[in-house]
Design a protein around this ligand. Structure first.
Ligand SMILES: Nc1ncnc2c1ncn2[C@@H]1O[C@H](COP(=O)(O)OP(=O)(O)OP(=O)(O)O)[C@@H](O)[C@H]1O
Length: 360
């Protein structure tokens, strides 16, 4: 989908802001603290229900007001029009409207707005903990196969129940019940992730050959238990350790992506700028792969595109972004710092100043 109109009310430093973005490239220009990141953050919230910045949802609500609202009109790949509304107040009450109807589950909005975010912090996908890589994987699986949300939320619920019983060191018919559910949903989650990864990884390899040709990458999905065993067998083998630790030590909640370049951990061998380009490749390909599988375009949000990337890397990244033909929102302090390829394309430019947005 792409966004045709966006209205923010009491969101961060925006009292009210309205913009009508371009179908493809949108540049968000403004000084430090003007609201560029907040604008990207509002679109991210539509796609994920939360911010990408640290802090609570209360910090998103404009100071001295009670709730924020994000309203968007968009068009999907079939040409159908949609309206989306997302409101959250200081007491945590959330209202989500899709095409005018109040919906209970966030997934109903998220599936219409697949968003890929690139900020200087996105390298955490490699440097941070495995949870971030599992979230990245689950984003991809969910957007290609929406029913995955039932398996993953079901599994997370069962994991909590099982961990609570393991912690109490209770062996009962209840434990056997949750263990059986854990195996059933755990195998399902792992199977869906594997299916996604098998399709995604070769496409990523192609992009990496272009972005970072000096390295040979190997990126393997580790499912969270010994690949030679079924989940049931892995649990049996680890029974005494799980009882000792008081939580489940095997299962898809332990899945990980192992990433090496020329045989070494990417964290140890790639420079900071190369890591950024590596993550940029992953992000671009995740959107491209989604489009190839489903015909659905994601929206790319890029904050501070130039940070840590040299001219050649910026060029490669921007070319790849433009080639997706997806809608882009790119922020910068001034237009001059952006690569020519982005500014000379057919773009719309917005100037952000003290919480107001003007189309230039
Ligand atoms: N809840 C809030 N209410 C009012 N203002 C807020 C709130 N949260 C943040 N702000 C202010 O909003 C402004 C915009 O911040 P934002 O991070 O979007 O700026 P930016 O244009 O991306 O800046 P930079 O170029 O420095 O990254 C900041 O001055 C910040 O203090």
């Amino acid at each position: 989908m792409h966004i045709d109109a966006l209205t923010l009310t009491d969101f961060r430093n925006f009292k009210e802001a309205k913009l009508s973005p371009e179908r493809q490239i949108n540049l968000i220009i403004g000084d430090n603290g003007s609201g560029k990141t907040s604008l990207l953050e509002s679109i991210y919230c539509l796609g994920s229900g939360r911010s990408f910045r640290p802090g609570t949802h209360k910090q998103i609500i404009r100071h001295d007001t009670f709730s924020f609202t994000i309203f968007a009109r968009g068009t999907d790949e079939q040409g159908d029009k949609h309206t989306l509304g997302f409101q959250r107040d200081r007491e945590g009450l959330v209202k989500i409207r899709v095409d005018g109807d109040l919906v209970r589950r966030f997934g109903q909005m998220a599936k219409l707005v697949p968003v890929q975010l690139m900020t200087p912090e996105t390298v955490e996908l490699v440097l941070g903990g495995p949870k971030l890589r599992r979230q990245f994987l689950d984003w991809g699986v969910f957007h290609v196969e929406h029913r995955y949300i039932e398996a993953i939320t079901g599994f997370n619920h069962v994991l909590k129940q099982r961990n609570s019983l393991l912690k109490q060191r209770l062996q009962s018919s209840e434990s056997a019940y949750w263990e059986a559910k854990f195996v059933e949903l755990g195998e399902q989650v792992a199977k869906e992730r594997k299916g996604y990864w098998n399709g995604f990884e070769p496409v990523l390899q192609e992009r990496l050959k272009h972005f970072l040709p000096q390295y040979q990458f190997k990126i393997q999905l580790k499912q969270g238990w010994d690949a030679e065993l079924t989940l049931r067998e892995a649990i049996e083998r680890n029974k005494s350790a799980e009882e000792r630790y008081g939580h489940a030590i095997v299962g898809p909640h332990k899945a990980e992506l192992k990433m090496t370049a020329n045989g070494e951990d990417v964290k140890a061998i790639l420079s900071r700028g190369q890591l950024k380009l590596f993550v940029a490749a992953i992000k671009v390909v995740q959107g491209e792969y989604l489009f190839a599988q489903t015909g659905v375009q994601c929206i790319y949000l890029v904050d501070d595109i130039t940070a840590e990337l040299d001219a050649d890397s910026q060029q490669k990244f921007c070319e790849a972004l433009i080639a997706t033909k997806a809608q882009l929102f790119v922020s910068a302090i001034n237009k001059g710092e952006l690569p020519d390829i982005i500014t000379s394309a057919d773009t719309k430019m917005f100037h952000v100043e003290h919480g107001t947005v003007k189309e230039l």
